[in-house]
Design a protein around this ligand. Structure first.
Ligand code: GCB
Length: 621
């Protein structure tokens, strides 16, 4: 198998052989202004940024766009620069240790220098990247500097896609004037969005762990594979593996870099709507002394034991039918944009449980690992999506495909061990009616299938007409985005049932696969009321979703309809256009996470569905 990426991407965790040091806080920042090359020409990375021009404080992690009062920074397109200083403990200055600098994500194209030396570059946001930097660090007595240049420019070949348009009419625009067009409906937040940290491992280390689980007669079967990295790898090195339960008790053991461990009376990982003890996580503890020096590396990976299967009509978790009830979300909040925020993560998961939702889709890009951790631990099911949004005619190019394949690899490498992730979504609303998209998605789907040893099902949030679609043949589950009563026939809620039933039936007939609705909804200004209902009012959102729900109930009886995800969990920011009133307002919650009337309707429905349809299921708090 040919890998485009190299190495593992285990989440940095402290252990007796590993240490982490976060570099969160205030960094120095400035944009390149209109001279995009200045930072490279003048080598801003060779000294502190404050010595080559003016800087302002910029929080990390956060998007830079909404931090200042300056619209030029909010709307900036091009290179921005960050730096900060840090100390590396003297004890890290040894050949026995490897020191790694890791970024949870930065948007989009990023170059990193340590003490003026180039350390790593990475293309694309939403996913982690890292580099060994031990050899670049100063001795313990002097500080170190990390400099980061980030460019948020999108092209037809980036994911997500976009384009730069020069406006050449000098009667209308000054010379050199350009705009960045986005092929998607969310604000193009940029900056260092997730945690930056340093971590250490022994010089010979556990590079990656893959855990795949199965269940046979109440016995959990855990197949694992360890990859080792570093110099002086001892080919006959052995690894010890211990599986621990939630209390930390060792319940099974194995040895070797590959193997199978059996867990008797396994407590399965269940969604929180299906079991009194949901989100049960075991720990996979690996110890490898693989170097000639015999230093042991220890890594503890949380994992869950569960199965996922798709039949012609059903989505099964642990052999039981699962009906997706949830939403598409965004990483989005005021001031911090897409920046990681633990308070927001905790609040969102409390809201998910309050609403009784059992799932969400990471529309339209991979979310932070800290969010995924909560999904694992709280038993919330995730459809994990790559940032392939806005794929139209000109985007189905070799260059985009090459990047798409890398992104799929990076996502699967990062999230392959997560029990909450039950399906990969390999795109959102592509022009999958075009013949050219056939080979494209065939290639992406083949790559995803070959990488995920556990063979999670694949899907796409489709929006083309079923009869013309060429992508569904490469998928296991069909997701459909539909806006009847909104983008078509706005205000005519009475048409929704007829239109939705016809549409979904057609998808089923064409595909012969389980079908679900991955987006439906209406923009709604909180506090705006009108009766009879009128578009943009809370009454209309309630009426519209009520009509969808009636149709969903008819579809559920047909036996192949596997879920409903409302668009969106919360209001979110978009680019400035005349079709958006300070952002997209299809949230059932406001941007500051307060319920609109529709949130109560959704809450009642999700709770009732769980409590009525599956008698051994309830929402367990
Ligand atoms: C869609 C897109 C989503 C938009 C939504 C809308 O189909 O997938 O990104 O935000 O519609 O509100 O228009």
């Amino acid at each position: 198998m040919y890998f485009l990426t190299s190495g593992g991407m285990l989440y940095p965790r402290d252990s007796e052989s590993r240490e982490t040091k976060e570099l969160s806080g205030m960094w120095s920042f400035r944009t390149s202004g209109s001279d995009q090359d200045a930072g490279f020409r003048e080598q801003w990375y060779s000294k502190p940024l404050s010595q080559t021009g003016p800087v302002i404080p910029m929080p990390v992690p956060a998007s830079y766009n909404d931090i200042t009062q300056d619209a030029a920074i909010r709307d900036y397109v091009g290179w921005v620069w960050y730096d900060r200083e840090f100390f590396a403990p003297t004890r890290w200055r040894t050949d026995d240790l490897r020191v790694v600098l890791r970024f949870g994500s930065a948007h989009y194209y990023t170059i990193v220098w340590v003490n003026g030396q180039r350390a790593v570059s990475h293309d694309g946001g939403h996913l982690p990247f890292e580099a060994d930097v031990g050899h670049l660090l100063s001795d313990g007595r002097r500080g170190n500097r990390v400099t980061v240049a980030i460019n948020n420019t999108l092209s037809p070949f980036t994911l997500p896609t976009g384009s730069i348009e020069y406006k050449n009419d000098t009667n209308m625009y000054p010379p050199g004037y350009f705009v960045q067009n986005l092929n998607f409906d969310f604000f193009n937040y940029a900056g260092i969005h997730r945690t930056v940290l340093l971590y250490t491992t022994p010089a010979t280390y556990i590079d990656d762990i893959t855990v795949v689980t199965d269940v046979r007669d109440a016995v959990g079967v855990v197949r694992y594979n360890l990859t080792l990295g570093g110099r002086d790898l001892n080919p006959s090195a052995t690894c010890k593996v211990v599986i621990r339960d939630k209390e930390g008790t060792a319940i099974a053991k194995s040895a070797g870099v590959q193997g199978e461990v059996k867990v008797a009376d396994a407590i399965l990982w269940w969604p929180f709507t299906m079991h009194p003890q949901p989100g049960y996580m075991y720990t996979f503890e690996a110890r490898c002394a693989a170097g000639q020096e015999g230093v042991e590396d220890v890594y503890r990976l949380p994992f869950g034991i569960r199965t996922v299967n798709v039949t012609k009509s059903e989505f099964l978790i642990n052999g039981r039918p699962f009906y997706f009830m949830g939403f598409g979300k965004h990483e989005d909040a005021n001031i911090r944009g897409k920046g990681l925020d633990y308070a927001l993560i905790a609040k969102d998961f409390n809201l998910i449980r309050w609403l009784g939702a059992n799932s969400f889709r990471t529309s339209h890009y991979p979310y932070a690992e800290e969010i995924m951790d909560q999904a694992d631990r709280q038993g919330v099911v995730v459809i994990d999506e790559v940032p392939a949004v806005g794929l139209h005619k000109e985007n189905f190019a070799k260059q985009t495909l090459q990047h798409h394949l890398v992104v799929i690899e990076e996502l699967i490498r990062r999230d392959k061990n997560r029990p909450s992730v039950v399906m990969w979504s390999i795109a959102n609303e592509p022009s999958s009616n075009l013949a050219v998209s056939n080979d494209y998605f065939k290639a992406v789907a083949e790559r995803a299938r070959s990488l995920d040893v556990s063979r999670r099902p694949l899907t796409i949030a489709l929006s083309s007409a079923a009869a013309k679609d060429v992508a569904h043949q490469h998928l296991d589950v069909v997701m459909v985005n539909r806006y009847f009563g909104w983008y078509s026939d706005p205000g005519r809620a009475q048409l929704i049932g007829r239109q939705l039933l016809a549409c979904i039936e057609e998808w089923r007939n064409v595909s012969g696969k389980p079908v679900m609705v991955s987006e439906y909804g209406a923009d709604t200004i909180a506090g705006m009321h009108m009766d009879p209902p009128y578009v943009f009012t809370e009454e209309y959102q309630v009426q519209l979703i009520g009509e969808y729900h009636k149709a969903f109930d008819v579809l559920r009886k047909k036996g192949y309809f596997v879920g409903e995800l409302i668009w969106n969990f919360a209001d979110f920011m978009t680019a400035q256009t005349i079709t958006r009133v300070v952002g997209n307002k299809k949230g059932i919650l406001t941007r500051d996470r307060q319920p609109k009337a529709s949130a109560h309707v959704i809450r009642r429905r999700y709770h009732q569905l769980v409590n009525s349809s599956l008698d051994d299921c309830a929402i367990y708090w």
